[in-house]
Design a protein around this ligand. Structure first.
Ligand SMILES: [Zn+2]
Length: 323
């Protein structure tokens, strides 16, 4: 986990950061919650009929697109076509997970216990405590998530589970998938009229927080603009939390705090450098470049042109900006 913490290129002092609060500062409340979680994780998971009812009611309230809701419903009913369930229906298949090759592929194994799934879940510190509890089924796991998690946390859990299932299906069909430990950064430099001056895409190790990726992209954008001799810069991003952290001038005591300071340092040598939050639709080209990065070279740059496969994305963004 330490390897994925981004390191500043400047000399900076070591800092103690508390990862269980949004601002990185220790609070008794967060420590109390962590200790209560530890105690509760050691208790066996049991469900009374009333608690089971709560799970089914809770599923209806999950805030996700319909296809993810349908997926969670099926996973909870144990009706996904896992290898074990196919074998139980007398189909001629081995019931072993194809990803790890070690265990029977149940719903819980595929979405939670498999080493491929754990590699994803354990990158998010909020999901790590759940691994201290032994769950008998995906139903029990979801029950725990619904019981402890916020609306956002439950939606994130559901979406990540769905992504893992999609990845598993693509691998079974021998289709390309994103590497588990990598993510892309996409940067688009435009002039004042919205036309593209240059773009870049870079592959990095998957960090702990979404905000880290956004802040790294902002830093890369500033450095790239300087290299292109663009000295008045407005850095746009669609992650509100990251943009707010970049706009705030006080020290940010988080895992990405040093990268924010790096961005401020680089920005200070420009004539002007501001940060601005934009809608995700306006940032589609940067996201397309980021997706492209994962499946291509470690670092790519295009000056006064675009990758030909992204020209349609550029035109659709131009129409949004014009609107
Ligand atoms: Zn497996």
């Amino acid at each position: 986990m330490i390897k994925v913490i981004p390191v500043s290129e400047r000399w900076v002092k070591d800092l103690l950061i508390w990862p269980l609060t949004p601002d990185g500062n220790y609070s008794v409340r967060s420590a109390y919650c962590m200790l209560m979680d530890e105690v509760s994780c050691q208790e066996p998971s049991t469900s009374s009929p009333e608690e089971s009812q709560q799970v089914w009611k809770g599923i209806w309230k999950i805030w996700t697109p319909n296809r993810i809701f349908q997926f969670i419903w099926r996973a909870t009913r144990d009706s996904l076509p896992t290898k074990l369930s196919l074998k139980a229906r007398h189909l001629p298949v081995r019931d072993i997970c194809e990803l790890c090759g070690d265990f029977q592929e149940t719903t819980l194994h595929s979405l939670w216990l498999c080493e491929h799934a754990q590699a994803v879940w354990k990158l998010d510190i909020n999901f790590v405590p759940y691994y201290k509890k032994g769950f008998r089924s995906f139903f029990n796991l979801l029950e725990e998530v619904l019981c402890r998690g916020s609306t956002y946390h439950v939606a994130l859990f559901s979406t990540m589970a769905w992504c893992l299932w999609q990845r598993r299906n693509r691998l079974r069909m021998s289709q390309s998938v994103w590497p588990l430990h990598e993510i892309g950064l996409g940067v688009v430099i435009r002039d004042g009229t919205g036309h593209v001056i240059a773009t870049s895409s870079q592959k990095i190790r998957l960090p702990h927080f979404v905000e880290t990726t956004e802040v790294l992209a902002a830093l890369q954008a500033i450095v790239f603009a300087k290299e292109l001799s663009v000295f008045k810069v407005v850095v746009e991003g669609d992650c509100l939390k990251a943009v707010q952290a970049l706009k705030a001038r006080e020290h940010c005591n988080t895992l990405y705090g040093t990268i924010i300071e790096d961005a401020h340092n680089q920005g200070a040598s420009l004539q002007a450098c501001h940060f601005q939050h934009v809608r995700r639709e306006s940032n589609k080209l940067a996201h397309a470049l980021a997706r492209r990065a994962v499946l291509s070279a470690d670092f790519d740059v295009w000056v006064e042109e675009l990758p030909s496969d992204l020209e349609d994305v550029f035109l659709s963004v131009l129409s949004i900006l014009a609107y």
